[in-house]
Design a protein around this ligand. Structure first.
Ligand code: IFM
Length: 736
């Protein structure tokens, strides 16, 4: 499979109206490296679009009616000025301040972004501008941008000024869309240093008191105020390259820029992306050009959002926009950690380590909620404290606790990294399980364990009793502690070293067996919660398509009193524990929840695609796959301008692995099942499992697995046990 054809994402990939939607394109073509991100803002516009992971400011949340324990402060990622901003003026100081994007090309094998613009001033004079930029994926403090200026209708002298204004920013409150960033925040320049070659400043956030250094230099010119450049001959062109440093406040500026040049950044990135595509190659047959390009793009953005260099999480929008204020949600653990566990486990480990670093905050939060033991992680956060001002669809999503437990377990199953479990993972498993024990209520009559007043992932139903997803995840969280305690004792870590004992661990385990899971005998399906199935169904056929997503058109209480789901909690549980119910029950559940789900959440369709694959509903699986894969690329939720939907992006990859290839991991064995939709003739995918790199090729007739690196892998393909090792490194199973 030749991948070259698919590795360039250009403007002509998009339907006509989207080619003109600049804020959409800013997100799509954003460059990032897990530390900071730069949107593809027009170089001559004032729009903002630089985000540093974890760099946020706060303000007091003002509640009309506040109650005990509500989140106190916002945490809003700083939307810093456009790093690419320059001012270009003619000899009369008239600026070329209108830009028309002519073409753009993102090379996903090198991470180089190229843009062509025509710039116009108010006299209608034009010049051409070509921009080439890259963000360093290894030395994650650097960003470089090269401007090539060419004459247009104007061919006289121009002057270029680098705009370095990084100081105050106030964004507007958005009252109507809770998915947008909605706080007012400020940065202040603390110290400034300028000379001909360098500009450096300390950016400081007023309330959260974070500092960061921003510095810039330029090739061969005065860094901020450039000389006039002459575009007078028709062949004349001028190229200026700026280098930006974003990082540690104590860095010496000369040191920052020592040895930095564009070619080295490109070289770093070539190595980085070669490695990525070597380890995480995904593709379909060559004739599926759009699908190939789209899946490559998705993987590209997943890597861009992450870094092996830091222990931060990944916000819902990565670093491509400020939607959801740059907050980290369960998205990371349930969608992104599974991707990285099977692609670059070091990144998965860092993401989990972030949660460990905020475990103390989680313990405090549990106490605030009146829970005497254990920890409760914040629903949405940057610094570990709860930032959700709407507890019914925020703090009440207690499932975040077992989502974190699930991702620790998943990471372990993919890596066998017991050291991580010993040092960090076990404590989190234990503290989250203790929380569930304390939170639960034992029903005296039935002897079953119940969880009242919780909100599941489906935010169109809140504060319910016994949400199926919450309960099954809590059950699993309580159960796995014993398993890990046993493994740890085998290598010399007693329960006491974690301030617990076998009695407590056994209690957690025994409680797991008692967890109540709501089931509706009449419908023969699990109920989303105790009351969901008894509510009237949402009148889908009477509601106009324009009224979706419901959250933008109805008061929450209107939505809550209906049987309507934003995303399918029961099916999500089925995708995690695929063998819990019979195929008949799963079919009924799929049909039922399909009929009451709006998919207003971008996390919904991947789950339907996975379950449809399992049920061999290949057409539907493929339909949901496409709608998921192109969700951002075709702006299917009309809000990609706020940033990319990172969990959905990882979800599309999950459809390929969990759905089309039926991947399941149990006891060091990788299970595969061919569920490839008929519309895909071929799927090729590489993953890393237990330190081995393997390539899986599937067609509608076979599954082939090849060991590319590593020693030995045990597989069960379509119920047949096989082993591949360095001697017999390939196996092909007929799956017809
Ligand atoms: O975490 C999700 C949630 O499930 C639905 N609302 C958006 C959040 C961020 O993606």
């Amino acid at each position: 499979m030749k991948n070259n054809t698919f590795s360039n994402l250009r403007l002509n990939f998009f339907p006509e109206p989207l080619r003109k939607n600049l804020s959409f394109l800013e997100s799509i073509f954003s460059l990032s490296n897990g530390k900071f991100g730069v949107r593809m803002c027009s170089p001559v516009s004032e729009s903002r679009g630089t985000f540093i992971n974890g760099f946020y400011d706060s303000k007091k949340i003002t509640y009309g009616e506040k109650a005990f324990g509500y989140a106190d402060n916002t945490q809003t990622i700083m939307n810093l000025p456009n790093l690419r901003h320059i001012r270009i003026v003619n000899t009369n100081n008239i600026s070329f301040d209108t830009s028309k994007l002519i073409d753009v090309c993102l090379n996903m094998k090198t991470g180089v972004l190229k843009e062509d613009y025509i710039l116009t001033n108010k006299l209608n004079e034009t010049i051409k501008l070509k921009v080439t930029s890259a963000i360093d994926e290894y030395k994650t403090s650097y960003y470089a941008v090269k401007y090539k200026l060419l004459p247009g209708s104007y061919n006289g002298k121009i002057k270029i000024t680098k705009i370095s204004n990084m100081d105050v920013y106030t964004n507007e409150y958005n009252y109507t869309d809770p998915r947008k960033s909605n706080s007012i925040n400020k940065t202040v320049i603390k110290k400034e240093f300028k000379n001909d070659k360098f500009y450096k400043c300390l950016i400081y956030t007023e309330k959260s008191k974070q500092f960061i250094t921003y510095a810039v230099t330029c090739d061969g010119y005065n860094v901020l105020e450039n000389q006039y450049v002459n575009l007078s001959s028709s062949k004349a062109s001028k190229t200026i390259t700026y280098y930006t440093f974003i990082g540690d406040i104590n860095q010496n500026i000369y040191h920052c820029f020592k040895n930095i040049n564009f070619e080295d950044i490109i070289l770093d990135n070539n190595n980085y992306w070669t490695n990525v595509w070597n380890n995480s190659l995904v593709g379909f047959s060559n004739d599926q050009i759009k699908l190939n390009c789209a899946i490559m793009y998705n993987i590209f953005q997943l890597y861009q959002s992450s870094s092996i260099n830091n222990q931060l999480s990944i916000s819902a929008k990565g670093l491509s926009g400020d939607g959801y204020e740059g907050h980290y949600f369960w998205d990371t653990e349930m969608y992104l950690v599974p991707f990285f566990s099977l692609n670059n486990p070091k990144i998965a480990r860092n993401l989990l380590k972030y949660r460990y670093n905020v475990l103390e905050e989680a313990k405090k939060r549990a106490r605030t909620l009146g829970i005497k033991k254990g920890a409760l992680f914040a629903w949405r956060t940057i610094n570990g404290k709860e930032a959700s001002a709407y507890y019914p669809a925020g703090t009440a999503q207690y499932h975040i606790n077992s989502d974190i437990a699930y991702s620790i377990d998943y990471y372990y199953k993919c890596t066998n990294d017991i050291k991580f479990i010993a040092k960090y993972g076990f404590e989190m498993l234990l503290e989250t399980a203790k929380f569930w024990k304390e939170y639960s209520q034992l029903d005296e009559e039935t002897g079953l364990l119940k969880f009242f007043t919780v909100t599941g992932p489906d935010e169109y139903t809140v504060l319910v009793d016994n949400d199926y997803y919450t309960n099954i995840m809590a059950k699993y969280n309580l159960e796995i502690v014993k398993n890990y305690a046993t493994r740890l004792e085998d290598i010399g870590y007693s329960p006491e070293s974690y301030h617990t004992n076998w009695q407590e661990i056994e209690e957690l385990y025994q409680l797991s067996k008692r967890v109540y899971l709501p089931y509706n005998k009449k419908k023969k399906i699990s109920s989303q919660d105790d009351s969901f199935l008894s509510k009237p169904k949402w009148p889908f056929n009477k509601v106009s398509k324009d009224n979706y997503p419901l959250l933008l058109h109805y008061h929450p209480l209107t939505i809550y009193r209906y049987q309507v789901a934003k995303q399918p909690d029961v099916l999500l549980a089925r995708s995690l524990f695929p063998d819990k119910v019979s195929t008949e029950q799963l079919k009924l559940e799929y049909e039922y929840y399909n009929s009451v789900t709006t998919h207003d959440s971008s996390l919904s369709k991947p789950i339907f695609a996975i379950i449809a694959s399992k049920l061999e509903k290949k057409e539907q699986a493929f339909k949901y796959f496409q709608e998921s894969l192109f969700l951002d690329l075709f702006n299917l939720q009309s809000n990609t301008e706020d940033g990319l939907h990172m969990a959905n992006i990882a979800g599309s990859w999950m459809i390929l692995t969990k759905g089309f290839l039926g991947i399941k991991i149990e006891k060091n064995i990788l299970y595969l099942q061919n569920n490839l939709p008929n519309k895909l003739n071929h799927l090729k995918i590489r993953i890393t499992f237990l330190n081995a790199l393997i390539e899986i090729n599937a067609s509608n007739r076979y599954i082939k697995v090849k060991l590319l690196k590593g020693e030995k892998i045990k597989l069960i393909i379509q119920k047949r046990k096989v082993i591949i090792d360095s001697k017999h490194n390939e196996v092909c199973i007929n799956t017809l």
